[in-house]
Design a protein around this ligand. Structure first.
Ligand code: ZN
Length: 252
């Protein structure tokens, strides 16, 4: 027997091709968090599900449960993010955002804030044409904070100074400290006044203004280095999509 249908919105984080013409999708939804959906026939030419079942497409999805699985019966695209999709570099960065999101999103746990963060990041890249090297660390840090890995950055975690002297981010312990206050056992990456201000902005700014700030290119490089180091240390893994993005990105 088939249980009732529900309608949700969702962004496709991963698509896996399976037998014949089906796809298995990992979708981020506001209310159910990360869910797995089977899209029957989605790879068939002229399938009404084809558009809604592509990686990084945001759609309204009609979903039903049968046995242990959820299936998509209808999909209506809301946003295809063409600006991202048509630019190879942006698409590869967005694929990393999707993989990183998938790694921290819980199954069946509401994820409205994480979904909004990711949608806004894709919009900032594809429509607002924000600098990918600015969007990337801000997205990484804000996502980590939403997932429960927020670094303590309001002052030096050791001496308490609001503006640490020669600030550093200890990516293992998740704290900011002065270079002179370094404790054994961590892994500290250098920041400056500018990159620390940007890190705080990434963590605390109003979501609507997340990508609206300017910072020196050197501070942005530090912020990227620190954010990447923080993700790797906290999640204890690497990301294939990030490695790929780094091999193709335009050198700035
Ligand atoms: Zn200190």
């Amino acid at each position: 027997m088939q249980s009732g249908k529900t309608v949700t919105t969702g962004l496709v984080l991963r698509e896996t091709e399976t037998k014949e013409t089906d796809k298995i999708l990992t979708v981020l939804t506001p209310d159910l968090g990360k869910i797995t959906l089977i899209a029957r026939g989605a790879r068939r030419r002229n399938s009404p599900l084809a558009a809604a079942c592509q990686l990084l497409t945001y759609s309204e999805l009609t979903v039903y449960q049968r046995g242990a699985w959820r299936y998509v019966s209808e999909g209506s695209t809301i946003e295809l993010f063409d600006g991202v999709r048509q630019d190879f570099e942006l698409l590869s960065l967005a694929s990393y955002f999707a993989e990183l999101t998938e790694s921290v999103a819980g199954e069946e746990q509401p994820a409205a804030e994480v979904l909004a963060l990711l949608l806004n990041a894709l919009f900032a890249l594809g429509e607002l044409r924000k600098d990918p090297e600015l969007v990337k660390p801000v997205f990484e840090l804000r996502l980590m904070a939403l997932a429960g890995f927020e670094p303590l950055s309001d002052g030096c975690a050791v001496c308490g100074k609001t503006e640490p002297e020669r600030p550093m981010l200890d990516v293992v312990q998740g704290i900011v400290h002065c270079a002179g206050c370094k404790q054994p056992g961590g892994l500290s990456l250098p920041l400056t006044k500018g990159s620390l201000a940007a890190l705080r902005h990434a963590l605390y700014a109003d979501p609507k203004r997340l990508y609206s700030f300017r910072v020196e290119p050197s501070a942005l490089r530090e912020l990227n280095h620190a954010a990447e180091g923080f993700v790797a240390a906290q999640l204890e893994r690497s990301f294939r999509t990030l490695d790929y993005y780094k091999t193709i990105k335009t050198t700035r």
